[in-house]
Write a protein that binds this ligand. Structure first.
Ligand code: COA
Length: 159
């Protein structure tokens, strides 16, 4: 089955492949204080339990990705990031909408995520897509200045 979902800006969303590891690590490093190595992304891309969705153009130039891990009936959004040049154009929303549709074919019934309570752009995106805060974790995210930020735990039903 070919999996392909439309996205704004002439892009589309499709499953990530092994060859994408380097691009995903680059976008991740542009987006987070602590980047993950290329090998980490290669492992996720090689594992059916961690589906990756990429937003890209017809030449497979990648603008963003969402990485999910599914265990039995629960999915976790491990990471989502959009290249700074592409933010605010609906790409993050398109990535998650594609994941929700695709996961309807899996046993996953609920999706969880953690987000820095100060990351207002991400929290807004998640709320718009139906996530609600179910708890919080103090001291979860290390900051460059040695302090640590609180994470909100959010959840949404799937399908
Ligand atoms: C969070 C992130 C993935 C959003 O991706 P995006 O493609 O820019 O988001 P979209 O354009 O799809 O926006 C969808 C909704 O999110 C909210 N949103 C996105 N960016 C926002 C911003 N800068 N300020 C406020 N709300 C914002 C809005 O509600 C928006 O809906 P609207 O356009 O109808 O108002 C992107 O900002 C990013 O990569 N950030 C760095 C990495 C990160 O923080 N990831 C989440 C970690 S938990």
């Amino acid at each position: 089955m070919i999996k392909l979902w439309m996205a704004p800006g002439g892009l589309h969303v499709e499953p990530g492949e092994a060859r994408d590891a380097r691009d995903l690590a680059r976008i991740h490093a542009q987006s987070f204080y602590r980047g993950w190595p290329v090998e980490e992304f290669a492992r996720f891309l090689d594992d059916k339990a961690s589906p990756v969705y990429i937003a890209c153009d017809a030449r497979r130039r990648i603008a963003g990705f969402a990485l999910i891990r599914t265990v039995l009936d629960e999915s976790e959004l491990l990471s989502i990031a959009v290249d700074p040049k592409w933010r605010g154009k609906g790409i993050g929303r398109a990535l998650l909408d594609a994941a929700f549709v695709d996961l309807m074919h899996s046993p996953a019934r609920r999706m969880f995520l953690e987000v820095d309570e100060q990351n207002l752009a991400a929290i807004r995106l998640y709320r718009k897509l139906g996530f609600a805060t179910i708890s919080s974790r103090k001291g979860y995210y290390p900051r460059p200045d040695g302090s640590a930020a609180t994470a909100l735990v959010m959840a949404r039903d799937l399908g």
